[in-house]
Design a protein around this ligand. Sequence first.
Ligand code: DGT
Ligand code: CA
Ligand code: CA
Length: 578
Amino acid sequence: MENSKIAELFEEIADMLELDAKANRFEPLAYRKAALTIGTMQQDVAEIYAKEGIEGLTKLPGVGKTIAERIVEYLKTGKIQKYEELKKRFPIDFASLTKIQGMGAKKAYKLYKALGIRNLDDLKKAIEEHKIRGVEGFGEKSEEEIAKGIALLEQSSGRMLLGTALPEAEALRDKLLKSGLVERVAICGSTRRMRETVGDLDILVISKKASEVMDFVTSLPEVDHIVVKGPTKTTVWLKIGLSCDFRVIEPESFGAAMQYFTGSKNHNIKVREIAIKKGYKLNEYGLFDKNNKNLVANKEEQEIYRLLGLDYVEPEMREDRGEIELAMEHKLPKLITLQDIQGDLHTHTNHTDGANTLEEMVQAAIKLGRKYIGNSDHSKSEHVAKGLDDAAYEKLFEEVDKLNEKYEGKIKILKSGEVDILKDGSLDLKPSTLEKMDYVIGAVHTNTNMSKEELTKRIVKALNSGYVDILAHPTGRLINEREPMVFDLDTVFQAAADNKVVMEINAFPNRLDLNDENILKARSYKLLFSIGTDSHRTSHLEFMRYGVGTARRGWLTKEEVINTYPLDKLLKLFKSKR
Ligand code: DGT
Ligand code: CA
Ligand code: CA
């Protein structure tokens, strides 16, 4: 899929246009909107173009005629002329440099003008030589911050967001299924375990035509180059910047191979030890007894667990965090599924920084079978998001009332707001406005670099106010981009338990916040959770599956997740707090 490459190019065009004094102010915005659409949608733009032509592209939100032409230009030539021209004037690797926490395009440009820094290597060298601190607008502190940002980036580099990797894996799987060459295909590895980031894709195939399968996969348009091509295993480097292993498996070994290649490695090691204790041998070909008879030939992976005296462990739990012990005692939790989801409590519209109208969001939610959708547009302190003041919420609530009449029986729209928790722990809106909401989402967005004690106090104060029902993206981390805020999680979880505040599992692919480990911790405080997509356009509503995957990695049952509740039970829960 070329989507992420095109989105990256558009982002860079926007960066460069913003530096260009002569460019019009709206142009970069248009490129960013299009980048957001293309970078986060699940369909392949090339496929849309192939099927529906340029009209298909202009139907996408945020994609006008000019932008659509640029997409076509890229699909046809692999280049965008506009980008090439701008690049001549700004020969800077913005895509890499702006991945560093705190480094925007403007800063990168300043460093280019002052020190000739064009890329990450130049920057690292300048930091080593302590040259950054001498540039106007930078100091010793910002030099250190940049060094830290680079270290963070390098730790994480090479791992791709699940939200990018999974749709790519599914596209490859679907092409294989349509090829007529295969009987079965399974996505395994960390992708199947729904890990927040993925090191490489692992795809298993059953086919009688292994060599044709290998020819097929190596000639797919998604492939940049072949790493190794063998009769049973082929590794390719994908254009999106990820490696992918394809393995052709004998049908009788499929279950064993799925178990083996799903991992995790630590989970597998434990399972294998149990097999050995029983006098068996377990590997990717099967589960063998003393006479080397495969006990799971032609069976699904469930059979392996059964024969070892274990309950079936869902892939998301296979991390050796105690799940094997629970499986032995038949005490595994029954995990939440996507089908359990009744509604979405965290969504935005074009009243603030979203791309779609409230009605468009509502219609998209209906299409996904949601029974309710909470509108939670930003409050006024979020200036960059055009946050709303008290009066603007009043108007928005009137619109909600009208739409509720129009869509009665189809869906219920709930009134909410993602309300800033200010520096002193107070909330950004008047109590009278908060009281008109069905529920209130509290969120920390600014001044996040205060001391651990101060930040803990700030959040606890907001939770103690009695107004906050849900704490949005509690740690504020952005995967591969921004570290979590530093506060005392235990103190905050305790305050949430005391005040019946629900923890959000933000499903946006670069957030997934709380993450699996923090969910497990929060669970020990008997907290409830809400999986919210933080949608800024209709297509983002489908991010729910990443939130559910994360919840499953945190062992959650549907009883622990409030947006699995029917509407009346949900409203009762919120009312019980008021
Ligand atoms: P990743 O790619 O870093 O996101 O993580 P995985 O879990 O997909 O790891 P990967 O691709 O290296 O290997 C896929 C699976 O194959 C892994 O989850 C478990 C299995 N596996 C790989 N190496 C070993 C090994 O040395 N021992 C055992 N028992 N299993 C292994
Ligand atoms: Ca992998
Ligand atoms: Ca692999």
